[in-house]
Design a protein around this ligand. Structure first.
Ligand code: MSP
Length: 519
């Protein structure tokens, strides 16, 4: 077991009504980079992802496709959601499906406990329901429909008409937790991040919390309520519990103790579920609330939130087939400030790939390695690293790590990129090819190339969470020992740097011929 602190991080579990688009992949990549960073720091890290398979949305999709919801979910998980993890190089420790027995059993245990402790009662509910959101809506959340939906009230998020539902339901006494929740946001300002999402959550709770309807009896695709099998558990109540059922709730107390609480990475659209309903559920069960809930922004296409239902979805493989998974990871995390919305464009992706990855980083690596081979037969010269570069390696290592602790992934990459830029400038200014022509400058040439190789190794260590493929090739090429992702990232600057370089068989980031091919 790693000696460090527990770092348990989760992604939302994804609805399996459709295949993944790059918005889903964005969340996965962000959580994966944070997990890899912590793993490389020696923390006892656990990355959980998975799929959300119950509820009306999945049921209706299955029926429309002439199949059962279980068969539909099985097929989508195997053909689309698990392969997504390969496509974008996610190193998850577990994958939970809400239809697995380990989850269903533990949900029943949790619910029964809340029922026995008086947190659940039965009542009637009538309201507007959006199947896209799987949520009852208030009038504020709706707007008059246009075009084919003229005359109907539509959900502001999905743009589709809501339905009026009237049901006898079981309710969770969420209103009882209003004060404790407000106190939580107050005493732990980092609980909900970023500040924009935190403010929205506080405003929402201050308006007063209603109790939450947590069962449905009009359909049966879900986990049965243990004391009343004519009801199934509300899909969000079921889904949120995955974060503890996957780490042993109700089955393995030791594992739960070791992992929980988690950091939740979610889109801001579902921050309310995670920062209001979920901690209230945990409080009711006398469990610790999450360490933090981070609500990231939306990927926009043509100014709108990308979504399959609006036909703006782009499949992750459309990007990785041309640019590779490293470029996908790098682009979305460096071009978009984590926590804000950002627009995707092929032009921007292509320009950054060429300027930053291919010319900035990839060329630097090829040139430096080629010169060490040419002038020193591959043996990294035994010389001290030039002081300004050594100092920069140290300071960017500290800053890149510190940014990660604030979920500022883009800032962490930008800090590291200062070293890429500085090394490129250093090579241009020092002109090792000119030094090589003058035997009197042999010692200087040694120092320059030893410095450049050392800088490259530090870059490999610091960029390994974002660019796992490229850095796994670069590290042995600059004479690094062992696996790059096992090098302590908080001390990246202190690697030895005196091995033997080997030529890269091909560029780390090969030239992409045309942008049109990619689109
Ligand atoms: N099943 C629920 C989550 C349950 S968690 C206990 C759900 N699933 S979802 O598949 O609709 O979306 C999950 C997440 O995908 C969003 O929270 C967000 O992280 C991500 N995204 C979906 N579309 C997105 C964009 N256009 N942009 C960025 N992220 C997006 O909600």
């Amino acid at each position: 077991m790693p000696a460090g602190d527990s770092f348990y991080i989760t992604t939302p579990i994804f609805y399996v009504n459709d295949v993944p688009h790059i918005g889903h992949a964005y969340t996965e990549v962000a959580a994966d980079v944070l997990a890899r960073f912590h793993r490389q720091r020696g923390d006892d890290t656990w990355l959980l992802t998975g799929t959300d398979e119950h509820g009306q949305k999945i049921l209706r999709t299955a029926v429309a496709n002439d199949t059962t919801p279980q068969a539909w979910a099985d097929q989508l998980v195997e053909s689309a959601w698990k392969p997504l993890l390969e496509t974008i190089d996610i190193r998850n420790d577990d994958f939970i499906r809400t239809t697995e027995a380990r989850h269903e059993k533990a949900v029943a245990t949790f619910l029964q406990r809340l029922y026995d402790d008086g947190h659940i009662y039965s009542g009637e509910y009538e309201g507007y329901y959006c199947v896209g959101c799987e949520e009852y809506k208030q009038l504020d959340d709706l707007q008059p429909g246009e075009g084919e939906f003229l005359g109907a009230l539509v959900c502001k998020i999905h743009g589709r008409p809501v339905e009026i539902l009237k049901e006898k339901n079981y309710f969770f006494r969420m209103s009882a937790f209003e004060d404790r929740l407000l106190d939580l946001y107050e005493t732990r300002p980092d609980f909900v991040q970023p500040a924009s999402v935190r403010n929205e959550i506080i405003q929402f709770v201050k308006q007063g919390l209603a109790d939450l309807s947590i069962s449905r009896s009009s359909f049966d695709w879900g986990i049965k309520v243990p004391w009343d099998e004519s009801h199934v558990v509300y899909v969000w109540f079921d889904a949120l519990l995955n974060y503890i059922t996957a780490v042993g709730y109700g089955a393995d107390d030791e594992q739960l103790e070791r992992r929980w609480p988690a950091v939740h990475i979610v889109g801001k659209d579902i921050a309310r579920f995670h920062a209001v309903i979920w901690p209230a559920m945990l409080m009711a069960a006398d469990l610790e609330v999450p360490k933090a809930v981070f609500g990231h922004g939306w990927l926009l296409v043509g100014g709108e939130k990308m979504s399959k239902s609006k036909l703006t979805g782009i499949a992750p493989a459309q990007i990785t087939d041309t640019f590779g998974s490293d470029a996908f990871r790098y682009y979305f995390l460096s071009a978009i400030t984590f926590g804000q919305d950002g627009s995707f464009s092929w032009e921007d992706l292509s320009a950054r790939y060429q300027a930053e990855l291919a010319n900035g980083f990839g060329n630097l690596a090829s040139r430096v390695i080629a010169m060490v081979i040419k002038y020193f037969d591959g043996a990294v010269p035994d010389a001290a690293v030039d002081a300004p570069i050594a100092e920069l390696e140290r300071s960017v290592t500290v800053a890149a790590n510190e940014a990660i602790d604030r979920f500022a992934v883009g800032e962490s990459i930008a800090e590291t990129w200062k070293l890429v830029d500085a090394l490129n400038l250093y090579i241009t200014e020092q002109e090792p090819w000119a030094l090589a022509k003058d035997p009197a400058q042999r010692d200087r040439l040694k120092a320059v190339l030893a410095t450049a190789v050392h800088g490259l190794g530090t870059l490999a260590i610091l960029l390994s969470p974002v660019l796992p493929q490229a850095t796994a090739r670069l590290w042995p090429a600059v004479g690094g020992e062992g696996e790059v992702d096992a090098q302590p990232i908080h001390e990246a600057y202190s690697w030895s740097g005196h091995g033997t370089v080997t030529a890269l068989e091909s560029s780390l980031f090969p030239r992409i011929e045309t942008v049109e091919d990619a689109g």
